[in-house]
Design a protein around this ligand. Structure first.
Ligand code: B12
Ligand code: SF4
Length: 515
């Protein structure tokens, strides 16, 4: 069978496509796990952000797929609906399968008959998709495939729950990067790829979707497989690798062994990006950080979340951001930042501001922390993703201000606090963060001089969009610039020039026109 897998074009504030366009890890893994006789093509639409419709029309015409699969996060829901409608208009009998975080955690959003979705894959997809494609090919009932919701006439049927896979054996095969049909992956001009070394997490932070997605568990791929996977990525040109593990720092001994294996295999010339917990890094940093640096780690995303104790308690992120010291629990953010920086790594600081009891001062305290301790700010607002405990809290307190999923991109404030309106929370973050980003330029310039020199203008233009010369000379307030930025952001969210099927139906002729 011919299969086309798509990831959505929507990107968000802190990963501007001018500097960062990464492959979606799910597509590669799905492509690597279907039976070998199928022909699979994967297309990360972030690589075609300005030509989504014509790219889809071309791929549909070139490949004539029997199955189209889409990987969707919550803020990409509306885009995905438009893409499905476009695909349906072009190829009415193609089977449409959706998977990923949003279809898993909000399956009811995908069952409306006008949407045209045939199957919803819930949770891990590798084995489910393999079995699903087999069942479709052999004409078997989908009822035997655990982990899905599927359409039968006007009814949606649910199959048995599929437990998460153990990664230690060979149930999940390596990703298939050869299936990619678009190109242009980049991290500041270096070719970037993604690699998984483990899946899952045993913590339960209230804002994180991972627990509802797969439960509290942690599975590790064998280190030899990870090294082979990085070698494959490098063989295809990768000079930068993002380890997309949910929480690699849960098992520090293994993480150290991985660093050593990377060095032994001569793969330490790659720049690595990883995300980690401050508690693990603060506690084991003296041994771990120098090893990470030798292995090539450059950016470490730290889930600091918040520097105030009461906010950490709300986010249920205290355990991963503190340790026992002299009989009391102390926050580990500063210790983690310091040890990483001392060993030459850069800190991407993940903070969440605008929590239910936040006042102006609490947000300002976190922004001041970021200004002092973070190399690249990754500051977000609490976002009520489906199924998270935090969403329930916000609903109960009546603080959700927007239910438009397309605004759930992390940097659009969609909830108010008991003391501040969402716009005010977002304004504070936006105003402070732009300058922190500018401050990172010299470090980026030293590492990637050609890319930064060539792209400084568009990068600054992205960071400061909304600002004009009138703002700079003080003829208007930064509030005016902020309003313009929000209007721009709102327009940017329409990535596909095709109607949302829940708004009006479309035809094949219209799909081909102007494509
Ligand atoms: C790595 C990562 C990133 C990287 C993305 C790199 C890349 N291009 O892949 C970066 C840092 C850039 C990033 C950014 C964002 N991310 Co992110 N990210 C992750 C993380 C840590 C791992 C995702 C991953 O690659 N897993 C490995 C792959 C193999 O697993 P998978 O994606 O789950 O796919 C499996 C299944 O879901 C399923 N599946 C997925 N798609 C499909 C499609 C089909 C057809 C089928 C059958 C099955 C299927 O099968 C796959 C294989 O088993 C997760 C989880 C976490 N703990 O935080 C968050 C997570 C996915 N991110 C999230 C969010 C919200 C974002 C941001 C919007 C903001 C933010 N919070 O950072 C931005 C937006 C990015 C963008 N598109 O612009 C949320 C999604 C929540 C939701 N309900 O939508 C998560 C869950 C974190 C959270 N807050 O809870 N992210
Ligand atoms: S430690 Fe990270 S991956 Fe684990 S639940 Fe918290 S935010 Fe999610």
């Amino acid at each position: 069978m011919q299969i086309l897998l798509l990831s959505m074009p929507d990107s968000f504030e802190h990963t501007p496509t001018i500097a960062m366009r990464m492959p979606n890890g799910a597509l590669g893994s799905l492509a690597g796990n279907v039976d070998r006789h199928h022909r699979v093509a994967t297309a990360d639409l972030v690589l075609a952000q300005t030509s989504v419709r014509s790219t889809i029309v071309r791929l549909m015409s070139d490949l004539a797929p029997d199955i189209v699969g889409l990987s969707v996060m919550t803020f990409q829901r509306e885009t995905a609906r438009r893409i499905i409608a476009l695909v349906r208009a072009l190829a009415p009998t193609t089977r449409i399968i959706v998977g990923g975080y949003d279809p898993t955690l909000a399956p009811d959003e995908w069952t409306h008959p006008d949407l045209g979705v045939d199957v919803i894959v819930r949770g891990e997809g590798d084995v489910t998709f393999r079995e699903l494609v087999r069942a479709i090919e052999q004409g078997h009932s989908l009822a035997e495939v655990p982990g899905i919701w599927y359409r039968e006439g006007s009814t949606i049927r649910r199959t048995a729950h599929r437990p998460v896979a153990a990664l230690e054996g060979d149930a999940i095969r390596p990703p298939n990067r050869a299936a990619r049909v678009l190109d242009g992956y980049t991290m500041m001009g270096r070719r970037v790829d993604v690699v998984e070394t483990s899946r899952g997490c045993t913590f339960d932070c209230s804002f994180c979707s991972i627990i509802e997605m797969r439960g509290r568990n942690f599975h590790r791929f064998p280190i030899e497989r990870v090294i082979a996977d990085i070698t494959d990525a490098r063989g295809r040109g990768a000079r930068c690798v993002f380890l997309v593990d949910d929480n690699i720092t849960l098992d520090v001994v293994r993480f150290e062994a991985l660093c050593e294996a990377i060095i032994r295999a001569g793969l330490h010339t790659i720049d690595y990006i990883v995300q980690g917990m401050t508690a693990s890094i603060a506690t084991h940093g003296e041994r771990l950080a120098p090893l990470m640096r030798r292995a090539g780690f450059r950016y470490v995303f730290l889930g600091i979340e918040n520097v105030l104790d009461e906010d950490l308690a709300f986010l249920k992120a205290r355990a991963k951001n503190s340790r026992h010291q002299s009989g009391q629990r102390v926050n580990t953010s500063i210790a983690a930042v310091n040890v990483l920086r001392r060993h030459g790594m850069l800190v991407v600081g993940g903070l969440i501001v605008g929590n239910p009891d936040d006042r102006r001062e609490s947000i300002a305290a976190n922004l001041a922390f970021a200004r002092q301790y973070v190399d690249w700010p990754y500051i977000q607002h609490p976002t009520p993703y489906p199924g998270t405990p935090m969403t329930r809290d916000f609903v109960e307190r009546g603080l959700i201000a927007s239910s438009r999923a397309s605004e759930y991109d992390g940097t659009t404030a969609v909830v108010r606090s008991a003391h501040l309106e969402p716009e005010e929370i977002e304004f504070m973050r936006w105003q402070a963060e732009r300058w922190m980003k500018v401050r990172h330029m010299p470090k980026a310039l030293r590492h990637d001089p050609w890319f930064v020199l060539k792209n400084a203008r568009p990068m600054l233009a992205h960071t400061f969009r909304g600002t004009t010369w009138r703002t700079v000379v003080g003829l208007e307030s930064s509030r005016d610039a902020f309003r313009r930025y929000r209007a721009l952001r709102s327009r940017e969210r329409k990535y596909v020039d095709w109607p949302d099927p829940l708004e009006r139906p479309a035809t094949a002729e219209a799909a081909l026109a102007h494509a």
